[in-house]
Write a protein that binds this ligand. Structure first.
Ligand code: GDD
Ligand code: MN
Length: 381
């Protein structure tokens, strides 16, 4: 039979019930389908941070493999472990931001769950921050002493190009602004948090670009290892996503990252439209009206798919919702086209400059389509 144990002469109250001092370091780990990695990472953190008061916050976007369940089990045994399970949301940057804001230590680190980052660098990173030699320490794959194991050649090339672009366009001075492994002072992060985009993957780039050069950053090299279990979630959309972030930051956040992505997809749609029109006219010898209609239909469908994969990937439509969304998107875009032509006409009427009128119409169209898509196609649940 189970006995209820009460504190008393024989059973003094458990020391664990008493408040203890808070941690000095909060480690934030974004996870999506990392069931087989989280326990290993936890053990490694425990080993490497033996002399530090630390806590770890896993931020899991309701992984189908039940990662959150494994984390809860760990948390039951060790109160330094916590789990934020997010439902109905997706996104690496958003998960990191939420995890940082849900923790309390004066220093916070972000590290991937898949063991590709070298957690043994954490004490060194902490020392640099705690001794006030830096506000931000980045685990860098690009400086001397850096090696890559888990990086294929193509990806390394694309990553180097993207890094160059970010450095030029945003005057971001650090060598590896794409890194997902860094540690930062909490007070500095909390200052910047309202400026950060929750969409996208590149939280560090966002932090550095938003700080306008006010962060004292130090980089330390580490070996980017092989992924242990599961697979990478960063697909080919990452490149477009990245371009969007650079553009959004370039406008000093006058427009949101989502709008930039939507407009980029619109630009791609224009190319698709013209290509279809050309093929229909030249190869299929279709009459102009039919060819133009085909171009519009193909472009709208393509835009819908791209937006669903990129711009609104955190609210991706599936199954029947996909069909409903497509039809709503056709309607939204058709009205948008009317608005586009209307505005272009009235501008042309006042100022007969063809490109100005065209541009004004296109701008009207994309703003309309964006606003209405948010209301009727990818509605927030
Ligand atoms: N909560 C949450 N939500 N976590 C996510 C999501 C998401 O939507 N997508 C990915 N993650 C988690 C993964 O579970 C993993 O712990 C970490 O974020 C990195 O994801 P990977 O899928 O392993 O990314 P990667 O290895 O391809 O990319 C790495 O290198 C990039 C630089 O090229 C990461 O370190 C990136 O942060 C880094 O930018
Ligand atoms: Mn990875």
């Amino acid at each position: 039979m189970n006995e209820v144990i009460r504190p008393g002469a024989d059973n003094p109250p458990l020391a664990q019930n008493q408040a203890q001092e808070g941690p000095e370091l909060s480690v934030i780990v974004p996870t999506f389908n990392e069931r087989d990695n989280v326990t290993v990472l936890y053990r490694r953190l425990e080993a490497t941070l033996a002399n530090v008061a630390w806590e770890v916050v896993f931020v899991d976007d309701n992984s189908p493999d039940g990662t959150w369940d494994v984390v809860r089990e760990l948390a039951q045994k060790d109160s330094r472990v916590r789990c934020v399970r997010r439902i109905g949301r997706r996104g690496l940057s958003g998960a990191c931001i939420e995890g940082i804001l849900a923790s309390s230590a004066p220093f916070v680190a972000v590290i991937d769950a898949d063991l590709q980052h070298d957690e043994t660098q954490l004490p060194k990173m902490l020392l640099l921050l705690a001794s006030d030699q830096a506000d931000l320490v980045v685990g860098s794959r690009y400086i001397e002493g850096y090696k890559t194991e888990g990086f294929n050649k193509q990806r390394a090339g694309a990553s180097a190009l993207a890094t160059e672009l970010a450095r030029k366009a945003l005057r971001v001075e650090i060598a590896d602004p794409m890194s997902g492994f860094f540690m930062i002072r909490r007070d500095r992060f909390e200052q910047l948090a309202p400026k950060l985009s929750v969409h996208g993957f590149k939280i560090l780039l966002d932090v550095v670009a938003s700080s306008n050069g006010t962060l004292r950053a130090v980089e330390i090299p580490y070996t980017f290892g092989e992924r242990q279990h599961g697979e990478s979630k960063l697909d080919s959309m990452v490149a477009l996503d990245f371009l969007g972030l650079v553009l959004a930051k370039f406008t000093n956040d006058a427009v949101s990252l989502r709008f930039v992505l939507f407009a980029m997809v619109g630009g791609i749609g224009l190319v698709v439209h013209l290509t279809t029109l050309f093929i229909a006219l030249q190869i299929f010898k279709a009459p102009f009206a039919e060819a133009q209609a085909a171009g519009a239909l193909v472009a709208m469908t393509g835009n819908f798919i791209l937006n669903n994969f990129l711009t609104y990937r955190d609210q991706r439509l599936k199954g029947f919702g996909l069909l409903r969304g497509l039809i709503a998107f056709y309607i939204v875009c058709s009205v948008g086209l009317l608005a586009n032509v209307g505005v272009a006409f009235s501008v042309y009427d006042q100022e007969p400059i063809w490109w100005l009128a065209g541009l004004a119409g296109a701008l009207m169209g994309v703003v309309w389509n964006y606003a209405m898509s948010g209301l009727f196609v990818w509605r927030k649940k």
